[in-house]
Design a binder for this molecule. Sequence first.
Ligand code: AMP
Ligand code: MG
Length: 347
Amino acid sequence: MNEINTKLVSVKDIKVDIDNIQLVADTLRTGGLAAMPTETVYGIAANALDEKAVSRIFSVKGRPQDNPLIVHIADVKELSVLVQEVTPNARKLTEVFWPGALTMVLPSSGLIPKSVNAGLNTIAVRMPGLPVTREIIRRAGVPIAAPSANISGRPSPTTAQHCIDDLWGKVELIADGGECAVGLESTVISLATATPRILRPGTVTPEQIAEVLGCEIEIDESVFNHNNDGVKVSSPGMKYKHYSPKASVTILDGNTEQVMRYLSEQDCDDIWALVFEEDLPFLPISGLSLGKFNDVHEQAFRLFAAFRELDKKGAKHIYARMPNTEGIGLAVYNRMIRAAGFRVINI
Ligand code: AMP
Ligand code: MG
């Protein structure tokens, strides 16, 4: 791949940075790639109607072709042209959760080229919560395909620096919007199944969705389990090892005392712990805080940045404390267990 002359621009202030916002929009409309902020994580964005630009996303990320992309829109009205039908359930969810961190999978109208949705007959759509993201999409005037702006397999980027680390020389623009407020990717829900089904957990929780829809919802087994290659899965992204720092990760499932004793028995170099803030005074080895035990928002916000920070510190092995799996904790757990390649030690 040829080196590209990447430009870094600020889009932190929707008024002050309006020329930069326009530049990102023009770059996308005319077939370029830009890393751009959203409230969840940074996305590597391209015009979803431009197959050449979309194919560059796959090659730059090293993303398998069978892992479909989410299409981002600036206004809820744009949903109806992308999907066969805005069903009553879809309408209810857009009213409560859009703009925001919820992606809906619905039967595709066929407008978006098949390379975007990996040849499936469904399409995943989201209207992002960050105003600057919607302004970029609105000015581009086209739907925007934007998977997370990391090299495939790496932790998703939550700052412009993370995008620089992964994508410098590979995309036309990196738009710096500061730190992502949420820090984990959107919840993905399929409304194309008989019963609505969570394909990827996020900060919009199954409980919240069930309450709005007033019906049972399912959680796809790929959320909890390792999918074997070759098995057909409803969310193709879930079958890949994901979100991994360069260091190997092991999850420790036990109480504070048990975890501290286990860590004190490890005597190799370059081991780091990723623990709750309350654990820090008791740590027998170097460690970082994932946030307070009960603060799942902070844990979601910090997880990917912590993985990247531990890589920079030269960690070879990370022992991470098992997060609480209730509510938003399920999303943190889902990312962590994939980063760990499903290695959990029950102490
Ligand atoms: P990313 O863009 O990196 O946030 O990943 C997008 C996620 O959405 C992946 O887990 C995909 O498998 C999932 N996804 C996108 N489109 C579809 C679809 N049509 N059906 C099911 N899952 C989808
Ligand atoms: Mg991703």
